[in-house]
Design a protein around this ligand. Structure first.
Ligand code: GLN
Length: 487
């Protein structure tokens, strides 16, 4: 009973209780979740008490939502009152949040039970969950390989069946790329769809919280629970919560799928991923969709644009970690300057420092026009590329990442190579569009992700196409063999 759909059905039939589901999730979190280094903290007693409350409610005929009574994990950059939040950084050592993120409140209102926190790249900066004080999280398909990042722990835990779903955050691909590495669905909603209140900021104009699940239908349930305006996030959209899951009939007939020419010509794209993704486009076509070739001419500039804007915003957001306000403070300092300097030098890891330096440089008086301003202009051009492409199609499809999961330790010393891998994912963040990665088969025994993107606020079409694909194919049912649970 691993997937959210199965858990929901089991609860509805009375075959299983929320307490049993939570107990099982906790024991898997401490077993396989710890083995994969995917789960970095659990809340046992509190979660079990919430499970009992859910069971009692259900006993009296009240079910709050499809998530009521189901266990869920949070990426360790989403705050929960009284609990630690580390962002996988030494600088937040000892920090406990005085308040709940909006998504935490909404999960609770839906009856979901948060059982713990997952591993990630420090402050969500990375693509492999190796930049972490906890050490690297591992991929259940092959533990010597990366589970992707930065929300790698959440993806790995869902793929290994610790919980049926988990939350991550996606600034430039951090939900979709680990989803593709671990063979699960990962969605980044439209910018502003889900409140960022209580998500530790990396790059505020790009950050969105998103779910990992096994199926598009489950993803729709989570989006329903989390979405909707929040006055505490000034960039939250005025729209009410998305309520499209009953309309997901999965019909692909007549849907126009745009295939960007630029996504299949780069030298970084591996032949096996290209082949698998092309085969999936064929599967969509066979199910009634039309393929249309489209152009996204600024694709070659999206990685540099993203790394200028993301680092600029990060350098400003991370200024708040000064040793005075949150978490860790250097000891034995002589004066306040030394406190700032030493707290930050000792607290941040190398990738975070690299980005703070780059972002500070980009924003500095002499370079602002040449870099930051130019990047903002290119961002507008990228957005226009998509506006134009969506005149000819309903969704855009292509690879999520140029390769399958790479070995742990294989890339972490070569940041530029890692950055270049983000070529297919960062555009949706730059343009504010919803994007989703779904498993579309394996290459060399490892999952490949098919990415779909839709116009802003059109999660409905995105999830319809994704559920249609899952109706026609069984890629999402493939499991990593070694972590199959004994029934
Ligand atoms: N891999 C990208 C980066 O390193 C994306 C990170 C994210 O989405 N949080 O910035």
């Amino acid at each position: 009973m691993d997937s959210l759909e199965e858990q929901r059905a089991g609860l509805d039939r009375g075959d299983v209780s929320a307490r049993e589901l939570v107990q099982r999730a906790l024991s898997r979190a401490e077993g396989v979740g710890a083995e994969l280094n995917a789960v970095v903290g659990v809340r046992g007693e509190a979660a079990l008490a919430e499970a009992d409350a859910s069971d009692a409610r259900r006993g009296q005929g009240t079910v709050l939502s499809p998530l009521d009574g189901t266990p869920v994990l949070l990426k360790d950059n989403i705050v929960m009152q009284g609990e630690p939040t580390t962002c996988a950084s030494r600088i937040l050592e000892g920090f406990r949040s005085p308040y709940d993120a909006t998504v935490v409140e909404r999960l609770r209102d839906a009856g979901a039970i948060i059982i713990g926190r997952t591993n990630m790249d420090e402050f969500a900066m990375g693509s492999s969950t190796e930049n972490s004080i906890f050490g690297p999280a591992r991929n259940p398909w092959d533990p010597s390989r990366s589970c992707g990042g930065s929300s790698g722990g959440s993806a790995s835990a869902v793929a290994a069946g610790v919980t049926g779903y988990a939350l991550g955050s996606d600034t430039g691909g951090s939900v979709r790329q680990p989803g593709s590495f671990c063979g699960v669905v990962g969605m980044k909603p439209t910018y502003g769809r889900i409140s960022r209140y209580g998500l530790v900021a990396f790059a505020s104009s790009l950050d969105q919280i998103g779910p990992f699940t096994r199926t598009a239908r489950e993803c729709a349930w989570v989006l329903e629970a989390l979405s909707g305006h929040d006055p505490r996030d000034s960039t939250s959209l005025p729209e009410p919560a998305w309520r499209g899951s009953p309309d997901l009939d999965g019909s692909l007939s007549g849907i126009r799928i745009g295939v960007p020419r630029e996504y299949f010509v780069g030298e970084g794209l591996s032949a096996e991923v290209s082949e698998r993704v092309r085969a999936s486009l064929g599967e969509l076509e066979a199910a009634g969709a039309y393929l249309v070739e489209v152009d996204l001419p600024h694709t070659e500039h999206v990685v540099s644009t993203y790394y200028l804007i993301a680092t600029a915003e990060a350098s400003s957001n991370l200024a708040r970690y000064d040793g005075a306000r949150y978490g860790r403070r250097a000891v034995g300092v002589e004066d306040v300057d030394e406190m700032y300097r030493r707290s930050r030098s000792e607290g941040f890891g190398p990738e975070v420092k690299r980005r703070i330096l780059l972002g500070t440089y980009v924003l500095s008086a002499g370079y602002f026009e040449a870099y930051y301003k130019k990047a903002q202009q290119v961002r507008t051009l990228v957005r226009r590329d998509f506006d134009r492409a969506f005149e000819r199609c309903d969704v855009i499809a292509g690879p999520t990442y140029p390769q399958v999961a790479f070995p742990i330790g294989g890339k972490v010393d070569d940041p530029i190579r890692l950055y270049l891998g983000d070529v297919y994912t960062v555009s949706a963040n730059l343009a504010g569009l919803p994007g989703l990665s779904l498993p579309c088969g394996e290459a060399s025994g490892l999952p490949v992700g098919l990415q779909l993107m839709a116009p802003a606020l059109d999660e409905g079409t995105l999830l319809t196409v994704a559920s249609g694909f899952q109706k026609e194919t069984d890629h999402h049912l493939h499991r990593p063999g070694s972590f199959d649970e004994p029934e």
